[in-house]
Design a binder for this molecule. Sequence first.
Ligand SMILES: Cc1cc2nc3c(=O)[nH]c(=O)nc-3n(C[C@H](O)[C@H](O)[C@H](O)COP(=O)(O)OP(=O)(O)OC[C@H]3O[C@@H](n4cnc5c(N)ncnc54)[C@H](O)[C@@H]3O)c2cc1C
Length: 262
Amino acid sequence: MDIPVIEIGVLPPDPVAPDALQGIKRQQTNPSRWQGENWSTFVNALAEQGIEVRQDLASCGIFVTDAGGVAYGMPHGIVVACSAEQIATLLKVAQVYHIPVTVRGGGLTTEGESVAYGGVLLDMTGMSQVLYIDTEKLIVRTQAGIFWHSLAEVLRRRGMDYLSAPLNLTSSVGGTLGVGGIDVNSSRFGCSADQAIALQVVTPTGEIVECSDTENPELFKRVILGYGQFGVITEATLKIRPFTPLKMHYFYYRPVGPISVA
Ligand SMILES: Cc1cc2nc3c(=O)[nH]c(=O)nc-3n(C[C@H](O)[C@H](O)[C@H](O)COP(=O)(O)OP(=O)(O)OC[C@H]3O[C@@H](n4cnc5c(N)ncnc54)[C@H](O)[C@@H]3O)c2cc1C
């Protein structure tokens, strides 16, 4: 690995943070593309288990980058998630043939965390069903590929709401629990991940495990904010609350006039 040369003192001191290190070149943190060893054998092994891998350019090209648009990678193939059992089989076969698997929900990361640099991209949007809502215990159990706006639609029909979700609602529950998630309610209710009471997770070796603060707590702690590195979240039990209508306030300002640029 090349050690970056840090030239401190070349630029004038930063007026806001005089002790800031300036002039550090942005480092390439994304891995180089995996080259595809054993790929065809792997795809055939999955086909024997009834798992389809989409390999056409159109299917793969959709996932070439994330919302940030600064990292680019092309998966060798896409598997659309449909059940924890299917994902468990995928991960077990991937272990045998040493195939990288990248999990993706809404793909709203900004630094390429949900971009596959070769291998399989596991598209979680195929698992988007709400499983049950308990309005007395104030919990919902949902598949983790669901987008927050879809979850909100289902909850609000029952007079309920989630506690906190990213303002960009086309992120998924699983992806958000994988990174944290904050919104205007977070100061009162915590981050999105704080709503999670229990999770169903498929571990990298293909076990389907239920985890929470009391059941397999080590896995629970690692999967939350784990960026998909410690397992695939397939279902989540989340805290909910009664729906309260949103109040919007609009502030109107007089035009400030043309801004002169020196
Ligand atoms: C325009 C814009 C606005 C945003 N606004 C906010 C905001 O208001 N608040 C906020 O907190 N964030 C915000 N973000 C960041 C973004 O919302 C989060 O990165 C997002 O919540 C992640 O959800 P996702 O489904 O898009 O996850 P992805 O980007 O698909 O994945 C996020 C990470 O989790 C992993 N992952 C995905 N699904 C799973 C799963 N089922 N199990 C395990 N790991 C998984 C991925 O591999 C990746 O590492 C914003 C981003 C953009 C581009």
